[in-house]
Write a protein that binds this ligand. Structure first.
Ligand SMILES: Cc1cc2nc3c(=O)[nH]c(=O)nc-3n(C[C@H](O)[C@H](O)[C@H](O)COP(=O)(O)OP(=O)(O)OC[C@H]3O[C@@H](n4cnc5c(N)ncnc54)[C@H](O)[C@@H]3O)c2cc1C
Length: 402
């Protein structure tokens, strides 16, 4: 331990700017302050830390190893249009984020040498009944009217594009802009870029609570350590509101379990992300094909269930009988973080100065990662506040009944 001198208030001032509080018989070692602490090393925390490192000193504290939770479990679809039901701010934000990926992928390759597998071949939506074709035409009419690219395809056109899909297909739609990325490579590249940009990555360290004084957050506690900072960004995914904030938050973030199966073909048999009526398949360039994903509210139970496996095999076989007949090579679960209204929760918290939230990305956290970094950085730099639709303040007004 560094040698130091005791100050009148019981703080030990240490030579490397570390202080030790010996009050109440609990020894708290305080790390030298950084401008920003990011809690959570998933795709969201890493994206934010990487962006802020351009003009701030940043520490990122991760309970385990970076990128091992939802961000690795995901399928990596950039489904801004495929997942949309209306032309609202959420949809426009998803599209904005999707458009940021080519530049992000190029910059990560340039900085780290890691190719994040951005694949812009697009997404095919398959229909197996006339009713489904009609429902989808209606569902996507507004996207067409608003100028977003979407093409209706016949069964023959679909099978020409994808010869290994089911002969039962009746038609479908093609979304040329909804691509995919290899999310595991993405988090790996983001982590490497953070290191290169000087972010201090503190892994295997769980944050227990925020340090709050007079309504101002000035750091975080992890066991006996206090990490001091001018600003704290909470990006701990499905665990975001399990951390003791030191004040009341009028909402909680919960986990929505998702399960995925992995098949492998000798070479890449599918070119597009393919969405069927009950599931989707995401082909990777090395022959892996992900089949996903279930949604069940099972708390933090990480089991892969027989029921989900059977469902995914069936939904895969519906898209491609030959793929569904293959042996499952791997399977896993992950926890999508969701807020009560299933919308993201970004930005400042009304009753805690210096705290920003980046939570609740639910089904679209990979897709939304670049725009989240931009929105949080703009807010933190005083350029623009996060749009009120995403702000945590919506839960405060709801709690007050307005
Ligand atoms: C099966 C599945 C499929 C999906 N498919 C897609 C898809 O195709 N496209 C898409 O855009 N999105 C998809 N998603 C959603 C996406 O994965 C998530 O929205 C996104 O990964 C959330 O990122 P995150 O960084 O907030 O959370 P996480 O990746 O879970 O990261 C949070 C991190 O915080 C850390 N942490 C927690 N508590 C603490 C603490 N006390 N102290 C320090 N660190 C802590 C955790 O260890 C974790 O590493 C999918 C999710 C699942 C589960």
């Amino acid at each position: 331990m560094t040698v130091g001198a005791l100050t009148p208030c019981g703080l030990l001032q240490l030579r490397n700017f570390v202080t030790t509080s010996v009050c109440n018989s609990i020894e708290i070692v305080t790390e030298m302050a950084t401008d920003v602490i990011v809690i959570g090393g998933g795709v969201i925390g890493l994206s934010i830390a990487r962006e802020l490192a351009l003009d701030h000193t940043v520490s990122l504290i991760e309970r385990g190893r970076c990128g091992q939770e939802a961000s690795s479990a995901a399928a990596g679809m950039l489904g801004a249009q495929a997942e949309a039901y209306g032309d609202d701010l959420f949809f426009r934000t998803c599209v904005e984020s999707r458009e940021m990926f080519p530049e992000l992928a190029a910059s990560l390759l340039d900085e780290t040498g890691i190719d994040v597998g951005l694949d812009l071949a697009g997404t095919l939506l398959l229909s197996f009944s006339e009713a489904d074709i009609a429902a989808r035409s209606q569902r996507f009419a507004w996207q067409k009217a608003a100028g977003f690219e979407i093409e209706q395809l016949s069964a023959a056109e679909i099978r020409r594009e994808e010869p290994f899909i089911s002969t039962d297909v009746l038609g479908g739609f093609y979304l040329p802009k909804d691509g995919q990325i290899d999310n595991r490579k993405l988090v790996h590249a983001l982590q490497r870029s953070c290191e290169l940009r000087g972010v201090k990555l503190v892994e295997e360290t769980a944050v227990d609570g925020l340090a709050v004084e007079n309504g101002k957050v000035n750091g975080v506690f992890a066991g006996k350590e206090k990490f001091a900072a001018d600003k704290v960004v909470l990006a701990a995914g499905a665990w975001g509101t399990e951390i003791n904030a030191g004040f009341d938050l009028p909402f909680i973030i919960r986990p929505m379990r998702g399960q995925i199966l992995q098949f492998r073909t000798a070479k890449q048999l599918f070119k597009h992300v393919i969405v069927g009526p009950r599931g989707y398949i995401v082909p990777r360039s090395d022959g892996r094909v992900l089949s996903g994903a279930t949604m069940d509210d099972a708390g933090f139970d990480a089991s892969v269930t027989n029921e989900a496996t059977a469902h995914l095999i069936e939904s895969t076989a519906e898209i491609s009988p030959s793929l569904g007949a293959l042996k499952v090579q791997d399977s896993w679960t992950g926890f999508r973080p969701f807020a009560p209204d299933r919308m993201p929760v970004f930005g400042r918290v009304p009753n805690a100065e210096n705290l920003l939230l980046a939570l609740g990305h639910f089904r679209n956290g990979i897709l939304l990662s670049p725009v989240t970094a931009k929105l949080i950085a703009n807010d933190l730099r005083g350029i623009a506040a996060v749009p009120t639709e995403f702000s945590p303040s919506r839960f405060y007004s709801a709690a007050m009944g307005s």
